[in-house]
Structure formats: C-alpha cells, structure tokens
Design a protein around this ligand. Structure first.
Ligand SMILES: [Zn+2]
Length: 79
C-alpha cells in the first residue's frame, strides 16, 4: 500500500468499514509511515470532535478545512 491508498482509507479505517485484510494493510503502513500516521491522528481527532458535537453530524467542508489547519498548527507548535 502506498501513501495515496492509505490516506484514501483513513476514514473507512476509522469507521471500521474495511475488510480485516485492508485494516491490517492500513495499520502496517501507519506503523511505517510517519506522514500518514500524523494524518491519521488528525483525522481521528477531527472525527472525535465531530461526534462530540451535538449540533450536526456533518461539518460543512469549510469548517473541516479550518479545523484541520488549526490542528496541524497545534501539532507543529507541540513538536
Ligand atoms: Zn504513507
């Protein structure tokens, strides 16, 4: 699996919508690849916040982009 394939599967991975073989492939790639692992952490935080919000199941894409940008800034500050 390459990075493109991995990133495309992050959401289904988090939602457990992949086959167990695909779950394993994503897990192995995340272990090997720091870039995809960072993206995975961001997606997981984003989904957690989304699920924690009572207002809406789906954030408008603009909100999502801003949230991801802010999370990336936070990660950079921490490291
Ligand atoms: Zn990767």
């Amino acid at each position: 699996m390459d990075c493109q394939e991995c990133l495309e599967r992050l959401h289904p991975y988090l939602d457990r919508e992949l086959t167990s073989k695909e779950l394993d492939e994503v897990r192995v790639h995340l272990d090997d690849c720091g870039g995809c692992d960072s993206a995975f952490v961001l997606e997981r935080v984003f989904l957690d916040r989304l699920r924690g919000s009572a207002t809406s199941d789906v954030a408008p894409s603009g909100v999502r982009e801003r949230l991801i940008l802010r999370l990336r800034t936070d990660v950079r500050r921490r490291s």
